[in-house]
Design a protein around this ligand. Structure first.
Ligand SMILES: Nc1ncnc2c1ncn2[C@@H]1O[C@H](COP(=O)(O)OP(=O)(O)O)[C@@H](O)[C@H]1O
Ligand SMILES: [Mg+2]
Length: 270
């Protein structure tokens, strides 16, 4: 691997986000500084409304910061791009296309200029198999479960061979068992693909299980990064063994302390 050593792969420098709408100005994020190394798995955690999605959307290039800047692999992030694929909570598949075609569409957009149809189809099939959905290629989204739809969303993102995989609460709408299964699968896929991942979650266990580092955000308005916790657990990680691992228990407690003792959420009186 030609890793340019210690050079952050994703760099967020003094980013600020102020939304201006008909209701006025809202200062969502301030002084966000974050460095993500190639191959790192980062989660963003914080109370609802603190600005997790806003930060992810800044990295995705879906939003432009009102201050500061963002860089991915040495280039300024100025717009969305296939090198930063996003998986959303509500899977956002096109309902009139089959699972295969939902993935194929993205593959064609990224590789269509250089590759033959046969190659594009092969990429699509491989991505579906990577998430265990090869058998559902011909199905329409409404014919499969929520967990399966989320897998297709992940397949679509991975098929683009993004430099960074961005995920906004990808398992948030799933039941606990399906969520656990997909977390385990994601761990395996990331180990195989060496993907760099930035994922939003509000689930403490999910954050500890998956992350190399957990970025904990303070409450808004003008939220920022309060603390970053390194999770020094070896990989592969096994959820059953981890439950009693002192490092796991300690990391979990640190996040809970941050969220519920030092930055407990005060519901906006709006
Ligand atoms: N387009 C927008 N215009 C105005 N305010 C916004 C907009 N998007 C988000 N916000 C506000 O910014 C804050 C952070 O939102 P968001 O990033 O979605 O939070 P989270 O993902 O952590 O729940 C919230 O108070 C939200 O209402
Ligand atoms: Mg959000």
């Amino acid at each position: 691997m030609s890793t340019s050593n210690n050079k952050p792969f994703v760099l967020v420098q003094d980013a600020e986000m102020v939304f201006t709408s008909r209701k006025g100005r809202f200062h969502a994020l301030r002084e966000i500084n974050l460095e993500v190394q190639r191959g790192e798995f980062i989660t963003l955690i914080g109370h609802s409304g603190c600005g997790k999605s806003t930060l992810l959307n800044l990295i995705a290039g879906l939003l432009t910061p009102t201050g500061g800047g963002l860089i991915c692999d040495g280039r300024e992030i100025a717009a969305p791009g296939p090198e930063r694929a996003v998986v959303f909570q509500n899977h956002s598949l096109l309902p009139w296309l089959t699972c295969f075609d939902n993935v194929y569409l993205a593959v064609e957009r990224v590789f269509g200029a250089e590759e033959t149809k046969t190659q594009l189809k092969q990429r699509t099939q491989e991505a579906l198999e990577l998430v265990g959905m090869g058998h559902a290629a011909a199905k329409k989204p409404q014919e499969i479960s929520g967990g399966m739809k989320q897998r297709i969303g992940i397949a679509r993102a991975l098929a683009m061979e993004p430099k960074v995989l961005l995920m906004d609460e990808p398992f948030g709408a799933l039941d606990a068992l399906t969520r656990a299964k997909l977390q385990d699968e994601l761990l395996k896929i990331v180990a195989r693909t060496h993907s760099t991942v930035v994922m939003v979650t509000h689930d403490v266990d999910e954050a500890v299980l998956l992350s190399d580092r957990i970025v904990m955000m303070t409450n808004g308005p003008a939220a920022t990064i309060g603390e970053i916790l390194s999770v020094e657990l070896p990989r592969p990680r096994d959820r059953v063994a981890l439950a009693e691992d002192p490092v796991y228990v300690h990391a979990r407690k640190a996040v809970i302390d941050f969220l519920y003792t030092r930055h407990s959420h005060v519901e906006a009186a709006a």
